[in-house]
Design a protein around this ligand. Structure first.
Ligand code: GBH
Length: 440
């Protein structure tokens, strides 16, 4: 048996980023404020008082960053569009200078033979829309569709992701309050989920109507859930938590319904179904072209439903390293959704990287992480999982939301004092993987 098979020649090897995490230039060229500008400038919300005001300064270093991507041999690049750069008020007038930035980015990618994947929403909602209720307001779904049409028309991009990680908006944004808009009220969180799902479905329809031949899909962070022990209670908790982690987000899109066990469990506080109107679920389950899978970790739960850590964690304390989870997830998805191509839209880990005496960044832990997960993906593919691409999170060290700049997820090191970029050893390893088509 060949234990290190070659990946298909047309496999899309890429890296991912998001607008607020890398761009900076938050007041330039007519950009309006987003919920993350407000949140990061609220004392106590982000570690060390960090903000995305400068981030990696990607907005001003676009050409250099494009050259950097080319030097790593990337075949794909997944980025997100800042809604408030394109429509400063969220609705109404379009800001051409904001769109021009993304036009330059897309042109620069095409010129280098790098295939763009654009995400419409990676959490940076225009503050003007938050002032009108944000995702709790049902109208937000149609505002999003209007914005999506503008971006679809402006950018020469074949592959689109709708909403990045609805689960994170629900949990971190509206339950834990650790992300913008900082709400800690579960009763408001699943209304938000339904409106995000509606927005997703309306954007899919908008793309079909205006741009046949292009592809679109969701980007869901999924986490296999395993019982932590052999007890029946742990097995039961694992089933329920699979609902909360995975089925709650997959089922509306792929089956046109919210999972009944999860609805029952959360009914007392969340009243999700009150907000589901006639026809909504047809919109939400509009057929898509691929499923974007974001995998960082799995979860083991005990008989009380508590998370138990069985494997080492990365610098981010939630990131328990378990590559077999990715294998299990891909095998399961390809069995349950046999006609849906899978694209890994994010996978990666954080490390407290720093340059060594030789000036290089010897992030062997990240190489091990990537090797383990890419091998797991390869095993799933060998068993028939239809995976067409893999995007490492992230191209650059960046603004890691509530963690500020401390947790580094990049293949490329960023010195946040000078903004200089240095490819880490993992970046060079990834370059060799892409060039050779198999694990180095
Ligand atoms: C992804 O989120 C994001 O798409 C990306 O922007 C981010 O930089 C990257 O991963 C790395 O984090 O409530 O204890 O789980 C991954 C899912 C959800 C993980 C929020 C961190 C907060 C801590 N994230 N979670 S916890």
């Amino acid at each position: 048996m060949n234990t290190n098979p070659r990946f298909p020649g047309d496999f899309l090897w890429g890296a991912a980023t998001s607008a607020y995490q890398i761009e900076g230039a938050v007041s330039e060229d007519g950009r309006g404020p987003s919920v993350w500008d407000v949140f990061s400038h609220t004392p106590g919300k982000v570690r060390g008082g960090d903000t995305g005001d400068v981030a990696t300064d990607h907005y001003h270093r676009l050409e250099d960053d494009l050259d950097l991507m080319a030097s790593l041999g990337l075949r794909g690049y997944r980025f997100s569009v800042s809604w408030s750069r394109v429509m400063p008020e969220g609705t109404g007038p379009v800001n051409q200078r904001g769109l021009d930035f993304y036009r330059r980015l897309v042109d620069g990618l095409h010129a280098r033979g790098i295939r763009p994947t654009a995400t419409l929403f990676h959490w940076d909602l225009p503050q003007a829309l938050q002032d009108k209720g944000g995702w709790e307001n049902r109208d937000c779904a149609s505002w999003f569709a209007d914005y999506a049409r503008v971006v679809f028309d402006a950018l020469d991009v074949a592959d689109w992701c709708t909403i990045n990680e609805p689960k994170t908006v629900v949990e971190a944004g509206y339950q834990l309050g650790i992300h913008a808009p900082g709400v800690t009220d579960p009763a408001r969180s699943y209304v938000v989920l339904h409106h995000l799902n509606l927005a997703h479905g309306l954007a899919v329809r908008a793309l079909r109507a205006g741009h046949p031949g292009r592809r679109i899909g969701p980007a869901l962070n999924l986490a296999p859930v395993y019982p932590a022990d052999d007890s029946e209670r742990a097995a039961e908790q694992a089933r329920l938590h699979d609902g909360l982690e995975n089925r709650l987000y997959l089922d509306p899109i792929f089956k046109g319904r919210y999972p009944s066990d999860v609805l029952e469990r959360v009914a007392a506080t969340h009243r999700l179904t009150e907000h589901v109107l006639d026809g909504d679920l047809e919109t939400v389950s509009e057929p898509i072209d691929f499923l974007g899978v974001q995998y960082y970790h799995s979860k083991f739960v005990d008989g009380d439903g508590n998370r138990v850590f069985k494997y080492p964690v990365a610098q981010a304390e939630w990131l328990e390293i378990y590559p077999d989870g990715l294998y299990d997830l891909l095998v399961r998805l390809s069995r349950e959704l046999p006609d849906t191509p899978l694209v890994i839209t994010e996978n990666g880990m954080a490390s407290p990287d720093a340059p060594a005496a030789d000036g290089r960044i010897h992030d062997t832990d990240r190489i091990d992480y990537l090797r383990g997960h890419i091998a797991a993906m390869g095993r799933a593919m060998a068993e028939g999982a239809k995976v067409t691409g893999y995007h490492a999170w992230s191209l650059l060290d960046n603004f890691e939301w509530a963690e500020g700049y401390e947790q580094r997820f990049g293949l490329v090191y960023v010195d946040f004092a000078t903004l200089e970029r240095v490819p880490k050893d993992s970046a060079l390893w990834y370059r060799d993987l892409i060039a050779g088509g198999r694990l180095p």
